[in-house]
Design a protein around this ligand. Structure first.
Ligand code: PGA
Length: 229
């Protein structure tokens, strides 16, 4: 059975109230057409990655709601490279694992704005692994360093992020093949994914899912992405 992974990266957006109304709206969508688009040998997993301050309340909210046609879990957008300790402002893997099944590591926005280096990212992946959190490691091209024991890679060419210019499918497949050859289990694409273009990527046998920024912020467009994928 193919696992199809659809990640919502909310980045630094949404108050608690906004997140509540988003989830209420998202979970009330009619996903029935999904059945037609979804061969029975595909299992969809939706991973919502809110700001860390929202992980606990969203987990509470999700625990009261079941979904039949896809699973819905939470991911973090960042993880400390250190254990618990004197690291002001950081959340350790031990804390995050109570709420998050996944964590995004190596996003280009964190590399650029928070000066995260390959060394720091390798430590973050190690913390995730030690705490049973699956790292979704973002790469910007085929030359990006990937730390050991990463199973999920998201290819996010910088020019495609938030630009409305998604990468060409042929190029994404080329990159996917390279990472799969290197032993990566799940290959995702991210960068200007929309309800209209998502199937281009998810229908490829080499691509296991998508990482969505802008169009994950609105429950209408994100539910359409889940349906159309
Ligand atoms: P985008 O962002 O969907 O707005 O291009 C993707 C990302 O940065 O993860």
């Amino acid at each position: 059975m193919k696992k199809l992974i659809i990640v919502a990266n909310w980045k630094s957006n949404k108050t608690l109230k906004e997140a509540h109304s988003y989830l209420t709206s998202f979970l009330n969508k009619d996903f029935s057409s999904f059945v037609h688009n979804n061969p029975s040998d595909v299992k969809k997993e939706v991973i919502i990655c809110p700001p860390s301050i929202l992980l606990a309340p969203l987990k509470d909210m999700l625990s009261q709601i079941g979904r039949d046609n896809f699973s819905l879990v939470l991911g973090a957008q960042n993880i400390s490279q250190f254990d618990d300790g004197p690291y002001t402002g950081e959340e350790s893997g031990r804390m995050l694992k109570e709420y998050a099944s996944y964590v995004i590591v190596g996003h280009s926005e964190r590399r650029k704005n928070f000066l995260e280096t390959d060394e720091m990212l390798a430590l973050k992946v190690k913390q995730a692994n030690e705490n049973g959190i699956e790292a979704i490691f973002c790469v910007q091209g085929i030359d990006t360093y990937v730390p050991p024991h990463v199973r999920y890679v998201a290819y996010e060419p910088i020019g495609a992020i938030g630009s409305g210019n998604p990468a060409e499918i042929d190029e994404v497949i080329k990159v996917a093949k390279k990472y799969k050859d290197d032993g990566i289990h799940y290959f995702l694409y991210g960068g200007s994914v929309t309800p209209e273009n998502v199937a281009t990527y998810t229908q490829s046998e080499f691509i296991d899912g998508v990482l969505v920024g802008t169009d994950s912020l609105n429950p209408d467009s994100f539910s359409m992405i889940v349906t159309n994928s």
